[in-house]
Design a protein around this ligand. Sequence first.
Ligand SMILES: NC(=O)c1ccc[n+]([C@@H]2O[C@H](COP(=O)([O-])OP(=O)(O)OC[C@H]3O[C@@H](n4cnc5c(N)ncnc54)[C@H](O)[C@@H]3O)[C@@H](O)[C@H]2O)c1
Length: 233
Amino acid sequence: MSLAIVTGAARGIGQAIAARLAEAGHALLLVDLDERVHDTAAELGGSGVRADIADPADVTRIVAAVQEGGSAPRVLVNNAGITRDSLLRSMDEAAFRAVVRVNLGGTHALTEAIAPLLVDHGAVVNISSRAQLGNVGQFNYGIAKGGVIGLTRAHALAFAPRLRVNAVAPGFVESEMTLAMPAEVRQRVVDAIPLEVPGQPLDIAEAVEWLASDAASYVTGQVLYSCGGRSFA
Ligand SMILES: NC(=O)c1ccc[n+]([C@@H]2O[C@H](COP(=O)([O-])OP(=O)(O)OC[C@H]3O[C@@H](n4cnc5c(N)ncnc54)[C@H](O)[C@@H]3O)[C@@H](O)[C@H]2O)c1
């Protein structure tokens, strides 16, 4: 059985991705800072590692868990991410660094560490965001998620022809991350979506599963927006 590694999988979009990949026949190694990763892993029949993807010592522990797992790693989904929004004109340096460290730095570090272990014709899928096109109050996040797209292309070239590397850019998706936003801001965001409804974690999971599968075997270095049309509206 081939192994899929999913970060940020304790809850939300990552949990839905893990569930979808399990249905598609992958064994799972789930990574998250949140202790709940062990419950999610138990529910889905995989194993869990509590780790910070942006901490080099933790990345070493994740690699060891993959090597000890016994299944051939075929898919890496870099989903873990954070926001630290600010409506102030200038953004606090700590909020800027934290968001770039996790979303971009963690994705880079883990891919560099895991890619050599992935089997030939394996796939990496990175979670970017529609916010990389620009959102008020999210310039740190937009820069980090835009960086993830640059990284996706760089890694697609670096690891071709052995591996494919693609990105999914979700729009507004209902999860703990977005439920933390004030209700009136959430409503304003949903009102701007052409398909008129918020995305669900499963919408993103379906896109990830396709990019990770052999159905997408001629697709690399691409960004798939799953955002209800918000990327051009
Ligand atoms: N929800 C949305 O509307 C939306 C839109 C676009 C992109 N995204 C992206 O999708 C991904 C998942 O978002 P979500 O909505 O499920 O958010 P979420 O906050 O519900 O889940 C994110 C998970 O990542 C984990 N995580 C955070 N930092 C980590 C770290 N350093 N190491 C390991 N795990 C870490 C968290 O503990 C959490 O379980 C994120 O990358 C997010 O930026 C979300």
